[in-house]
Design a protein around this ligand. Structure first.
Ligand code: FAD
Length: 499
């Protein structure tokens, strides 16, 4: 990344403040003047954490920046998330004397990503995570003073946002507006406008667009709003998030995903990805998916999972990806939308690595306690006789130490399903993240599918991009991806357009 010299920066900021066009020459600008309804230096599409970091940095540096959001509220998935944030070299790691390194973090990312990770993007995430964290703090976002040691990380490095993602987004949004940034909600970007040299010069939007959750495909069927053309003199940045809500698109990429539940924002569709693809961008790794589970998957080994016919169908030992894929494949085979049920007896329940957490699933209404199997089978509409047969077979396996699905029964501490009370909940893989997206370079420039060269003035950041996380994103690593890509994108736009 280019460094901005202080002298260059001052001249740039001063010229920008006078309102002169900076990035395109006068005749080009005049030509475009006739075509556009509104003029900005940079337009950021989306209003999640990647958009806010990028746009706020630009606004702080006196760039005339517009942020648009298609929904009627800000924040996308960033506002729904806890925003757990893995940072290397943070003040908290220093305070707790945690020995971390680029190599160690990279190893953890690669392990989760099964080597699909694009190394240069992973290195960007790691090396700039602390700078992005410091910038977020300077924008008012507050973090807890305790580090978390999350699964898949070799050392404690995850920082927690105080008040969760919703609060973080509202805080940085206020900073963005205070710094002079402009914002429009219910404004959807439909097209990327290029000049005759193939350079991106603006976008076509619909103002007063109203997302309609009842449509099968909102991107295709929704005709609301008033068309406008906005000029972006310096850059257009897509910070449009993933496509976990787009059942049609994700099922084309991976048919099993048809039945996956998602906790995502309603607006997480593939429309923006297609808009970029139409402009020549390259969607990569889009058949990958990242699941979360209602319950720590390491505890599932202490119970059994049965389908709607009260049959076991898999080894309950596995990570979130393996288990989720098996469950979704089985539901597909049965052509059912009914999720399997995970059942523990009282021994299995207390074997879990965090019984207090298990209790919290009961108080939050996710897990249920039953005095006997009759109650349980009634509640979940399972055939009691079939359930008893399945349990008997499992118990026999326990006494012979041989499981039908080759589960390592010694690892399960020989937890059977015989001691009341029983506990059960839906085994529901939830698609909370899509690792695939638009292919970018380390300056966050969108690369053309035709020649792998940057499409001039077009950038993409955050979950909208693909390649950094690979097969399965390491926990708490989307936020550092979103923040570092947003911050570096803003810096690169400024340094590129200096006169
Ligand atoms: C429940 C949940 C919990 C999570 N917890 C964590 C966690 O603790 N740590 C972690 O690292 N990750 C977590 N994640 C993942 C992480 O929150 C997201 O990957 C991240 O917030 C994405 O940020 P973003 O800025 O890329 O996109 P988003 O925050 O999703 O924002 C994209 C925005 O763009 C808008 N948009 C899309 N298309 C258009 C268009 N054409 N025109 C205008 N606007 C458009 C969308 O409506 C949306 O508001 C979680 C995800 C979920 C769902």
């Amino acid at each position: 990344m280019k460094k901005i010299s202080r002298r260059k920066f001052i001249s740039f900021a001063a010229i920008s403040a006078l309102g002169f066009p900076l990035s395109i020459n006068a005749s080009q600008d005049k030509k475009n003047n006739e075509k556009f309804d509104e003029y900005y230096d940079v337009i950021v599409v989306g209003s999640g954490i990647s958009a806010h970091i990028c746009a706020t940095y630009l606004a702080k540096n006196k760039i005339n920046v517009l942020m648009i959001e298609k929904m009627d509220r800000i924040g996308g998935n960033s506002a729904l998330s806890q925003q757990d944030f893995a940072v290397m070299g943070s003040d908290l790691q220093k305070k707790e004397n945690i020995q971390d390194s680029v190599e160690l973090f990279l190893k953890d990312l690669n392990k989760a990503g099964e080597g699909y990770n694009h190394k240069e993007q992973s290195l960007r995430l790691i090396k700039y995570s602390n700078e992005a964290y410091e910038f977020a703090k300077s924008c008012g976002i507050k973090y807890s003073d305790k580090l978390k040691f999350l699964g898949g990380h070799s050392v404690p490095r995850t920082i927690q946002t105080i008040g969760g993602g919703g609060k973080a987004i509202q805080t940085i949004h206020n900073t963005f507006l205070k710094e002079g940034g402009k914002f429009k909600k219910e404004t959807k970007c439909d097209e990327i406008i290029k000049n005759d040299k193939g350079e991106v010069v603006g976008i076509e939007v619909r103002e007063n667009y109203r997302f309609d959750r009842n449509l099968k495909n909102d991107d295709r069927e929704n005709k609301t709003g008033i068309k406008k053309r906005y000029c972006a003199r310096m850059a257009v940045v897509f910070a449009t998030g993933g496509f976990s809500r787009d059942v049609e698109y994700r099922s084309i990429e991976n048919p099993r995903l048809k039945r996956a539940y998602t906790p995502s924002n309603l607006g997480q569709t593939a429309g923006a990805l297609k808009t970029m693809a139409k402009a020549g961008a390259n969607p990569v790794q889009v058949s990958l998916s990242r699941f979360s589970f209602g319950i720590p998957t390491e505890d599932l080994i202490y119970g059994i999972i049965v389908d709607k016919n009260a049959q076991r169908f898999m080894n309950e030992d596995g990570d979130r990806q393996v288990l989720s894929n098996k469950i979704l494949a089985h539901m597909d085979n049965l052509e059912t939308d009914i999720y399997p049920i995970v059942i523990f007896d009282s021994n299995g329940f207390s074997n879990s690595h965090d019984p207090r957490r298990m209790q919290s699933f009961i108080s939050s209404g996710k897990m249920f306690r039953f005095e006997n199997l009759e109650e349980l089978s009634n509640f979940f509409d399972l055939d009691l006789n079939e359930l008893k047969k399945t349990i008997n077979e499992y118990e026999q396996g326990l006494s012979n130490q041989k499981d039908k699905f080759e589960k390592d029964l010694s690892k399960s501490k020989n937890s059977g399903i015989n001691k009341a009370p029983f506990y059960a909940m839906k085994a529901m893989p939830s698609l909370s993240y899509t690792p695939g997206g638009i292919f970018i370079d380390t300056n966050m420039k969108v690369l053309s599918i035709e020649n792998n060269q940057p499409i001039k003035n077009l950038y993409a950041i955050g979950e909208a991009t693909g390649g950094v996380h690979g097969a399965s994103r390491l926990t708490s690593c989307s936020i550092p991806d979103c923040m570092t890509s947003g911050l570096l994108c803003a810096k690169n736009i400024i340094s590129e357009k200096l006169i």
